[in-house]
Design a protein. Sequence first.
Length: 368
Amino acid sequence: MSMIDEFVRVFELPPAMIPHIDFVVQGREMELIVGLADRAMTLEQISEMMQMPRDDCEAFLQTVYYRHVISRQTEDGVTRYKAGKFYRRLDPLSMYENWKDVPEDARNAVIDWQLEEFINIWLPVVEEIKKDPDAYVRIPNRDVLLLDEALEMVDAASDFVVVPCDCRAIVMACNRPLETCIRLDEGARRTLEQGHGRAVTKDEMKAIVVNADRAGLMHTGERAWRERGMFGLCNCCGCDCYPFCAGVKLGIHRQWPRAHHVADRDMTKCMQCGKCVRRCHFGAFYHDGTRTIVNDKKMRTVAFDPEKCCGCGLCSTACPEGAINMLSLHPAAESAPTPVVVQPADAEKELEFYYQVEMARGSKPSAS
């Protein structure tokens, strides 16, 4: 087997990227992956294998780690390195490197491949959600948050880091703001340790969240962060976001990410301006083809389908007349659902997600 063939096997490189392998690894990175194969090795072992001075090897491994070509884990004071996978490598490749230069047909094939991988990883958890949409399960972007809920999380945090949204960087289906993935406290510290992200102040982070809302991005995260800990939140769109796309594809829209509110429109205030139509990612507000007289003008009638509403509140925050309020889907006292311990199909891949998934670290060794 050639070195390239062995690298493709170990790194789990999708076929579409094989002709574009130079985008994935550079220099001696391929040699390192093939040498590691399915083993975990220490710095000293890798230095000997690569015939590289220890200090040079340490610097090399740090760079390769930041590029998500390898992973590392420290246990009992000993750090060991393992070959990474393309599934994880795609994040920094798209967020910080030259993913846009990969031919479009190859990018599209990789996007389809990764969405299927993403769905397959989380299918066991999805089955639990289908049984009980409110069950506590470990899954990315568990809940849809209103703007004030997202800002409340930020206000409670002490450390703040923002990174580009990996979904939007990979899919590139819209031109909404990119630097909108938010890490808080432990999430912020771990992100910086991985060599990624930009540290900001609390006020700067609040501004990022508000501007994301203005740009039409939905807020998602762990709604019960007070009980389960806080790692961060994301600002998502319906065209790029893997959890939203997966939820739609699996027929569990409004269950993943979980909707907790629904829009309620006061027709006495509504001027039929259509801003809610333009803001809604899922067509809950739409033009029904008729006309309504408003102030002697024939306006396109805005209709509403509550079954399509994900409860994000983008319509409410943009309505110039204040005609839309967000009603809770469970107005009674909201208690945390009973935890359901469900692991994804590949527990190691769980560690590849940057925020909510990290909340599950207590049930298994944490890997950087």
